[in-house]
Design a protein around this ligand. Structure first.
Ligand SMILES: Cc1cc2nc3c(=O)[nH]c(=O)nc-3n(C[C@H](O)[C@H](O)[C@H](O)COP(=O)(O)OP(=O)(O)OC[C@H]3O[C@@H](n4cnc5c(N)ncnc54)[C@H](O)[C@@H]3O)c2cc1C
Length: 429
C-alpha cells in the first residue's frame, strides 16, 4: 500500500529501479541500504494530525506535490482527536511568543474557514474565574497578557455580573473572553483532508517513518508499513522497506516528533529539546438534560495545563477536564504507533469533584463518568517554566529542507491554519 501511494503521487518520483541502481553505486550510507528501494519526492509531511493536514493543504495550495505519511490507519487519531475542541482566543501565552501570535491569527483563520465551509462551530465565549480573592491578581495578569497579544474584547466582570450570565457559577471575579469558542475538530480535519486531496496531496496511511539518515546533506527518510512494528521489541534494530528522499520534509509527528528526529542519523541531536508527556483525562456529566453552563468555564491555569475546565461540545455534552498527570515516555517505536495508555479510571474522579466544586458547588455526587484522555507533547516537565512551540528549520539545525514541529500542545488546534501559513511562507520557497 505504501509503495502504491508513493508511486501514485505526483509526477516527480524517480524510477525505483534506476534509483536503486544509483544507490548501489553510492557511498557508505547508500550501501547500508543496498537492496532497499529508494524514491524521491517533492514534499513529505510526517503525521496526519490537524497540524500536518493543515500544512499539507497549505503547501499543496501553493503548488507543491505533497505526500502525507501517517502511521495510523486514518487521519486525526492522535492528540487531534483527544482535546477540548476549544478555539482559544490567545490569552495565556507570553507576548511575542509563537503560541501568542499563531493562536490569535489561527483563531481568526479558523473562524473564517469554518464559516466559509459550514463546519460546525460556535463562538460561545469563555469565563476564566477567580474563586478566591488570592486568585484575582492572576486574573488581572491574564487580562494584561491577552491585551498585549491582541485579544481586544476581554472584559473583567464582577461576581454578580458573571453569576447573572451563569447562575450555577460561583466565583469572586471573572474574565470574559467573547471570542473563545468550540469546533467540531473531526469535521474540520475531514474538510482539510478533502481540500488537500483535491490539490493532489496523497495520504499514505499505515506507513511509519522509523528514522532517516543524512546523505549529500539531504534527509533520507526510512519508511515501513506500520503493521511491521506491531510485534517488534522496543530496542530492536529496525530496517526500512524503502527510503524516500524529499526536497522538503515537515516532521509533524506530534508526540513522536522528538523521538523520531533522534533517529535521524547525522542530525545534530543536541539541538532537540527534551520531550515530556502529560496526560489529561476528561469526565462527562451524566444524566443532564440541560447543561449547567452556556459558556466555557475555566479556572486559573495550573502547572502544566489550563486547569480542569468546563467544555461543551456541539451536541451539548458537558465535559470536565483535562487534569495533569506527568507520565513516562513510552519507547519510540510504541510512540510511532500511538501505544500510550489512554484509559480513564473512575477513581480518578475523586480528584475532579473538589476541583470542579470550587466554581460549580452544585455538582452532584456520582454525576461524573469517565470520558477520554489525551497526551500533551510538552517541552517542559513538572514545575518548569512553560515553553513556546518550537519550529526548527535549516536556519536552526543546518539540514536543508527539514522542518521539525516540536511541542505542538495547546493551542495547536486553534493555531493549525496559522502554523501552516507560517511554514509555507518561511520554508517553502
Ligand atoms: C488534553 C488536550 C487538550 C487540548 N485542548 C486543546 C484545545 O481545546 N484547543 C487547542 O487549540 N488545542 C488543544 N490541544 C492541543 C491540540 O490538540 C494539539 O496541539 C494538536 O492536536 C496537535 O496536532 P498535531 O497534528 O501536531 O499532532 P497529532 O494530532 O498527535 O498528529 C500527529 C500524527 O503523527 C502520526 N505519527 C506519529 N509518529 C509517526 C511516525 N513515526 N510516522 C508516521 N506518522 C506518525 C500520529 O499517528 C498522528 O496521527 C489539546 C491537547 C491535549 C492533549
Amino acid at each position: 500500500m505504501l509503495r502504491k501511494a508513493v508511486r501514485s503521487y505526483g509526477g516527480i518520483l524517480a524510477n525505483p529501479a534506476a534509483v536503486l541502481q544509483a544507490a548501489r553505486a553510492m557511498g557508505s550510507a547508500a550501501s547500508a541500504f543496498g537492496g532497499i528501494p529508494r524514491e524521491t519526492a517533492d514534499t513529505v509531511v510526517i503525521g496526519a494530525g490537524v497540524v500536518g493536514i493543515a500544512v499539507a493543504r497549505e503547501l499543496a495550495l501553493k503548488g507543491r506535490e505533497v505526500l502525507v505519511v501517517e502511521a495510523a490507519s486514518t487521519f486525526g487519531t492522535g492528540t487531534s482527536s483527544r482535546n477540548s475542541e476549544v478555539i482559544h482566543a490567545g490569552i495565556y501565552y507570553p507576548s511575542k511568543s509563537l503560541k501568542a501570535s499563531l493562536c490569535v491569527k489561527g483563531r481568526e483563520l479558523l473562524y473564517r474557514y469554518c464559516c466559509d465551509r459550514e463546519i460546525p462551530h460556535k463562538k460561545i465565549g469563555k469565563l476564566i474565574v477567580a474563586t478566591s480573592v488570592a486568585e484575582i491578581p492572576m486574573l488581572e495578569h491574564l487580562l494584561r497578557c491577552g491585551k498585549e497579544n491582541g485579544v481586544e474584547d476581554l472584559k473583567m466582570m464582577e461576581e454578580f455580573q458573571a453569576m447573572q450570565m451563569e447562575p450555577e457559577l460561583q466565583c469572586v471575579k471573572a474574565l470574559l473572553s467573547p471570542s473563545s469558542g468550540i469546533v467540531d475538530s473531526h469535521l474540520l480535519m475531514l474538510s482539510l483532508v478533502g481540500e488537500a486531496e483535491s490539490y493532489k496531496t496523497t495520504f499514505s496511511y499505515n506507513s511509519a517513518v522509523i528514522g532517516g539518515h543524512l546523505e549529500d546533506s539531504l534527509l533520507h527518510l526510512h519508511i515501513t508499513e506500520s503493521e511491521d512494528l506491531k510485534n517488534v521489541a522496543k530496542d530492536a534494530q529496525l530496517s526500512p522497506q524503502f527510503v524516500l528522499t524529499p526536497r522538503l520534509v515537515i516532521n509533524s509527528a506530534g508526540l513522536s516528533a522528538i523521538p523520531l528526529a533522534k533517529r535521524f542519523d547525522g542530525f545534530n541531536k543536541e539541538i532537540l529539546p527534551a520531550a515530556y508527556y502529560s496526560r489529561g483525562c476528561y469526565f462527562t456529566l451524566s444524566k443532564t438534560k440541560i447543561p449547567p453552563f452556556s459558556h466555557l468555564i475555566y479556572p486559573i491555569p495550573e502547572d502544566g495545563g489550563l486547569g480542569v475546565h468546563v467544555t461543551l461540545d456541539l451536541n451539548g455534552l458537558v465535559k470536565f477536564g483535562p487534569d495533569v498527570e506527568w507520565i513516562e515516555c513510552v519507547d519510540d517505536i510504541s510512540c510511532f504507533t500511538n501505544r500510550f495508555d489512554y484509559s480513564v479510571r473512575l477513581d480518578r474522579s475523586d480528584k475532579f469533584y473538589p476541583e470542579i466544586r470550587k466554581y460549580f458547588p452544585n455538582l452532584r455526587d456520582g454525576s461524573l463518568e469517565p470520558g477520554y484522555s489525551g497526551i500533551r507533547p510538552k517541552l517542559c516537565g513538572r514545575g518548569m517554566p512553560s515553553m513556546d512551540f518550537v519550529i526548527q528549520g535549516e536556519d536552526i539545525h543546518g539540514v536543508p529542507g527539514l522542518v521539525n514541529l516540536l511541542g505542538i500542545e495547546s493551542p495547536g488546534l486553534t493555531s493549525s491554519l496559522a502554523i501552516a501559513q507560517y511554514i509555507a511562507s518561511k520554508y517553502s520557497k
